[in-house]
Design a protein. Structure first.
Length: 128
């Protein structure tokens, strides 16, 4: 068996708020609570298990999406008035980047995590 990411625990100030927020942007469904976790399953089967936490370091997660999914998610960001950025330093407000021949944006979730949408995977060398 090859190595695959199965799930990741995502601490949040309020797990349901964060799970529903990301589900709305990515057009996914929040699963039923399982123990202390609220799961959000991506289309490749990786589950993000949101859990309530008081003290945590923000995470960064990038989601590889098709062009149509990118357009739809960007429209939802705009529709909900969510600020997005063309860079991870959050300096290029309202911009889209074109790294590796694709498109990408960054946005913050209610818990302070920085999420990223990209249409092309990152290459072997960093582009800025």
């Amino acid at each position: 068996m090859s190595v695959q990411l199965n799930h990741i625990i995502v601490p949040a100030k309020e797990k349901w708020t964060s799970a529903r927020f990301l589900a709305t942007i990515l057009n996914l469904e929040v699963g039923e609570q399982w123990g202390p976790f609220v799961p959000l399953r991506t289309s490749n089967g990786v589950t993000m298990d949101f859990v309530d936490a008081m003290d945590f370091e923000p995470h960064h997660c990038a989601f590889l999406v098709a062009d149509g999914e990118f357009e739809a998610a960007l429209a939802r960001l705009r529709e909900h008035g969510i600020v997005f950025y063309g860079d991870f330093m959050r300096k290029k407000v309202g911009e889209i980047n074109h790294l590796y021949g694709g498109r990408g944006v960054y946005f913050d979730d209610p818990a302070g995590h920085l999420f990223e949408l990209i249409t092309q995977p990152y290459g072997p060398a960093p582009e800025m």
